[in-house]
Design a protein around this ligand. Structure first.
Ligand code: URA
Length: 237
C-alpha cells in the first residue's frame, strides 16, 4: 500500500495534509526519513513512524454497537441517519458496514466491521449462529406459543421458519420474552409474533452466537471487540 494512503487511512489527515507531514520530514520508514508518499509499504514488515511514534497499521476493524432506535442499519442513506453516522471519523476511515440488519426501531447488539468474510459467516444461514432477542409483546405469550416457535412458525408469505427457542420471562397484557432464532429474514421476530396474533412493542438484540452485548454500553455507544470476542468471531470463519 502507498505510504500516503496508509497514513490517511490511519487518520493522519487528508492526502493533502499527509503530503505536508511528509514534506516536514516527520515520517520514517524503517527509521529512514521518507518524503515520497508513493513509496510502497509492506504492512507486515515495514515500520512506519510519525514524529517518532509507531503507526500501528490495522487493516480490519471490529466494533460492537448498542444500536439505538431511530437509525438504520446501512452505510449511507439520503434521508435517514445510519449507524455509520454514529461513528467518529477515526473509525469511519475503515469503511465498516453493519453485519446483518436490525430494523430502524430495534435496539441492541450490532457488529460493524470491514472484514467481509467475517460478516458473511456471521450471517450465513448455513452457520446457524443463534441470535437472541429480548422483546416486549402486546398480548399474553403462553406455552402454546413456545411449542409453536419450537416447531417453526409459518410466516405471512408461507415461509416456514426454522425452530426457535422462546423463553417467557413475564406474561400478561404485556409479556416479556427472550427468543433465539438462527435465521435473519426480514422483520423475522416481528413476523413470527404476528403469525401468533401478537405484536412486538419493543425489540433488542442481546447476543449473536457467543458474542454478547456489553451492558455497559449505553444506546448509541460502541467499542472495539476485545481479544476474546474477536477470537470467537474469527473461529466462525
Ligand atoms: N427481527 C425483527 O423483526 N427485527 C429485527 O430488527 C431483528 C429481528
Amino acid at each position: 500500500m502507498r505510504l500516503d494512503k496508509l497514513l490517511a487511512n490511519m487518520g493522519y489527515g487528508s492526502r493533502k495534509e499527509v503530503k505536508t507531514i511528509l514534506k516536514k520530514k516527520q515520517v520514517t520508514v524503517n527509521d529512514v526519513i521518507v518524503k515520497d508518499g508513493s513509496k510502497h509499504i509492506d504492512t507486515n514488515q515495514d515500520m512506519v513512524k510519525v514524529d517518532g511514534n509507531k503507526v500501528n497499521y490495522q487493516k480490519y476493524i471490529y466494533l460492537m454497537m448498542n444500536k439505538p432506535s431511530g437509525v438504520i442499519s446501512a452505510t449511507t442513506d439520503q434521508r435517514e441517519k445510519t449507524v455509520i453516522d454514529l461513528l467518529t471519523d477515526e473509525y469511519r476511515l475503515f469503511q465498516p458496514f453493519p453485519v446483518g440488519r436490525l430494523d430502524k426501531d430495534t435496539e441492541g447488539l450490532l457488529l460493524l466491521t470491514n472484514d467481509g468474510e467475517l460478516g458473511h459467516r456471521l450471517t450465513s444461514p448455513n452457520k446457524e449462529v443463534g441470535k437472541t432477542y429480548f422483546a416486549r409483546i402486546k398480548g399474553k405469550v403462553t406455552s402454546v406459543d413456545v411449542d409453536k416457535f419450537k416447531q417453526g412458525i409459518i410466516l405471512d408469505d408461507g415461509y416456514q421458519s426454522k425452530p426457535a427457542e422462546l423463553n417467557i420471562l413475564q406474561t400478561g397484557d404485556i409479556s416479556e420474552i427472550e427468543v433465539t432464532i438462527t435465521e435473519g429474514k426480514f422483520h423475522q421476530v416481528k413476523r413470527m409474533f404476528e403469525a401468533t396474533g401478537k405484536k412486538v412493542n419493543y425489540l433488542k438484540r442481546l447476543r449473536m452466537g457467543r458474542l454478547e452485548l456489553d451492558d455497559s454500553l449505553d444506546v448509541g455507544e460502541y467499542r472495539e471487540l476485545n481479544k476474546e470476542e474477536l477470537t470467537y468471531c474469527q473461529s466462525l470463519k
